[in-house]
Design a protein around this ligand. Structure first.
Ligand code: ADP
Ligand code: MG
Length: 696
């Protein structure tokens, strides 16, 4: 059959309805999808060994002849064995196949095969269990470098490899998407070569060339897209120039004196917002550095100038907290603060929307619903994205487009997560950056302790002591409900014993702290319940809050002085750092206790790193090293198109090459109008599908 890029996978031999469904789950519906499903790794099956010389470690290819007809035994129902002896001039090898009855007929005495598997020695015998085998001269998947794909249940690597091999029939007709000039200038392989060799590399060199071309390509389209975004911003519409106002007027509302760093950042923000270009600013400041005050200032400036401001928080809990504290802070200045979250009743939402459209709310606080639900503003001049280091270029662009007017709103992105430079360059490449590099005075540093399970009772004593002194305590659990069967993939013991909020809170209240007022907070509660739980804790009505990581970012209860994290080894370091930032926000000496049941030295070492530093940058670098950028940003949530091959944190040199190439191409053809560059235009448009008007 003639395969083209759009040939559906279910027309491939061996793919029935069931398999087609499973492939669909991986996003593989057509031959083109298969070709774009790059291997995650490779297996070198090139070396063919004689039986005697075959190493006993790892899987190897052995070239040998079947010395007999295979013997089939039914051991019992559901267990079939096929055994066969194979030989070469050096030795004999005894093969066993479990539940692969067809082998009895597939292997024929006197024929030569390549067997791929692990050679073991049992007594004086060499053996191999369940090898892959192919007739000599008809080899497809032995004697070569084999791709290893990401799979799903019911789809084997062998199947995927053979489908991909068939799909490669159309490699010759793949359109070349990189302009010849770019390929020449940067020594990049042609598309056909690259696609063939990324799947079935001829050798290491070919693989390196293929990988380089394809990774470059990803970075190149990204770079071109980002240049368009930046250009649009540079020439783009006027900003809304807000009237300047003496800062003292705002400062008099604050219950504290701002730090030098806060003052400086406020001034930078004021310069942006009173100028006539839209502000695009990132405020980076570690947990507790006082970013909210900067957001409040920007919102105040905006409201006082007769415009509207919107603040987006990553969770409803945080949105509600901001709503309470901003109302309190700004109401005396006549600023009308409103709330709009996805979980409000339809009637409440309708009312809030109407008030926004009428201009009766000056400063609205909400979650992403604020943007996604098509809210109309009367005159939106400022968008603040709080605690959102994932709020990437594409989201900002989409947002700016929503403002509806010719004037783009000012944008302020606030992040507590320090981002390694390489990544920041891409994600925030089009932003100005302010740093709050100073904590409010009078804070005693948070002491962090790594504590083993067996010291639990002492820790409970410490909780009582803190509460006795009038303080409050967070206890963080990794799970909501107990699920004894929830063995994670790769987990050694199925008995995970993860602390689950619901049961643990009940047990604590009954058996450990009958005299204390405990609260509970987790993501599966109804929004109203969440709000009530958080409000009760903020008001000091509950003394101990047993919660999941819903309190991870932004939550601010200055009276809380102790946070205990159960199963701490289950969390990333940056996440623990954020959690730790929930305490030490007032004048009370505070403490973070990381409880773990593990004795694993690597895990312990990670936790101790956290105990030894409060430097958020250092911590996120450790995280990046240990877990990679994917984990750091969550899947796709950095708002950038997903990179399949390029490693944003690692391919620094390739990245700058791609940026140069993008620049020089756009210098020559700013609109990508020439026919040769049209494919680039097309790819960039696909990549930035969330930003429909990227080329305007
Ligand atoms: P984050 O940067 O983590 O968002 P917040 O803005 O929530 O930090 O501030 C943390 C706590 O510090 C809050 O309770 C806030 O009221 C307080 N705070 C902020 N700035 C100052 C300051 N200059 N002096 C004293 N307290 C401050
Ligand atoms: Mg904050």
């Amino acid at each position: 059959m003639a395969v083209t890029r759009s040939t559906p996978v279910h027309t491939f031999p061996g793919v029935g309805e069931v398999r087609a469904k499973k492939l669909e789950k991986l996003g593989l519906s057509t031959a083109g999808d298969l070709l774009a499903w790059y291997p995650r790794d490779y297996e070198d099956r090139r070396q063919l060994y004689t039986i005697r010389d075959a190493p006993l470690e790892g899987r190897v290819c052995v070239n040998a002849m079947a010395a007999e007809h295979p013997r089939l035994t039914r051991v019992r129902k559901g267990l079939e064995l096929v055994q066969v002896k194979v030989v070469d001039h050096t030795a004999a090898l005894h093969l066993t196949f479990f539940n692969q009855g067809y082998v009895e007929r597939a292997i024929r005495a006197g024929e030569e095969y390549v067997f791929y598997g692990t050679v073991e020695v049992q007594g004086r015998r060499r053996t191999m269990v369940n090898p892959i085998f192919e007739r000599v001269g008809k080899q497809g998947f032995t004697g070569r470098i084999m791709p290893v794909y990401r799979l799903t249940a019911g789809i084997s690597n062998h199947l995927l490899a053979s489908l991909t091999q068939q799909a490669l029939d159309c490699a010759g007709s793949l359109p070349e998407t990189l302009p010849q000039s770019v390929r020449q200038a940067h020594g990049l392989a042609a598309v056909e070569f690259a696609i063939k060799n990324i799947h079935f590399p001829e050798d290491e060199e070919a693989l390196a060339l293929a990988r380089r071309r394809l990774a470059f390509e990803e970075l190149f389209y990204l770079a071109v897209g980002l240049r368009f975004l930046k250009k649009r911003r540079d020439q783009g519409g006027e900003g809304i120039s807000l009237p300047a106002r003496p800062k003292e007027e705002f400062l008099s509302l604050l219950p504290f004196v701002p730090t030098g760093a806060q003052s400086r950042v406020m001034e930078e923000v004021a310069v942006d917002m009173t100028g006539n270009r839209p502000m695009n600013r990132l405020v980076q400041g570690d947990v507790g550095s006082g970013k909210t005050a900067v957001a409040a200032y920007a919102g105040w400036l905006c409201a006082k100038g007769g415009c509207q401001a919107a603040l987006m928080a990553p969770t409803e809990v945080l949105a509600e907290q901001h709503f309470r504290s901003l109302s309190q802070l700004l109401a005396p200045a006549g600023v009308r603060v409103g709330l709009l979250t996805g979980s409000m009743t339809a009637a409440e939402k309708k009312k809030a929307r109407a008030a926004l459209a009428e201009g009766e709310i000056d400063f609205v606080v909400g979650t992403h619903a604020l943007i996604s639900e098509g809210v109309a503003f009367r005159r939106l001049a400022l968008i603040v994205a709080d605690e959102q280091h994932r709020f990437g270029v594409a989201q900002r662009a989409a947002l700016a487009a929503k403002s509806g007017e010719d004037t783009a709103p000012h944008v302020l992105v606030m992040s507590a997560t320090p981002i390694p430079r390489t990544l920041a360059l891409i994600i925030y490449g089009d932003l100005d950056v302010s740093v709050i590099d100073q904590l409010p005075p009078g804070r005693t540093p948070i002491e962090t302790y790594v504590v083993h399970e067996d010291k639990r009772q002492r820790m409970y004593g410490y909780v009582r002591k803190q509460v006795g002194e009038g303080r409050q305590v967070y206890i963080i659990c990794p799970a909501v409900e107990e699920n004894p069967d929830a063995a994670l993939p790769g987990e050694e013991s199925p008995a995970l014993n993860l602390k689950a909020v619901k049961t643990y809170a009940g047990k604590l209240q009954k058996e450990v702290f009958p005299e204390l007022r405990l609260g509970i907070l987790h993501g599966k509660m109804k929004p109203k319940e969440k709000e009530a739980a958080m409000a009760a804790f903020a008001a000091g009505e509950t003394q101990v809050l047993v919660a999941t990581t819903v309190v991870e970012v932004g939550v601010d209860v200055p009276n809380a002085s102790l946070i205990i994290v159960e199963n701490a080894d289950r969390f990333g370091l940056s996440q623990l750092h954020q959690l730790r930032g929930r305490v030490g926000r007032g004048e009370h000496p505070s403490c973070c206790v990381l409880i773990t049941a593990t004795w694993n030295p690597v895990a312990m070492e990670r936790l101790r790193t956290l105990a030894s530093t409060t430097d958020g940058f250092k911590i996120s670098e450790e995280d990046l090293k240990a877990r990679g950028p994917g984990d750091f940003f969550g899947n796709r949530q950095h708002g950038l198109p997903q990179m399949k091959l390029a490693d944003l944190a690692g391919d620094m040199r390739l990245l700058s090459e791609a940026q140069e190439a993008a620049q020089s191409l756009l210098d020559r053809d700013p609109q990508l109008a020439s026919p040769e560059n049209r494919p680039v235009w097309e790819r960039v448009r696909q990549l930035f599908a969330d930003t429909p008007d990227i080329f305007n």
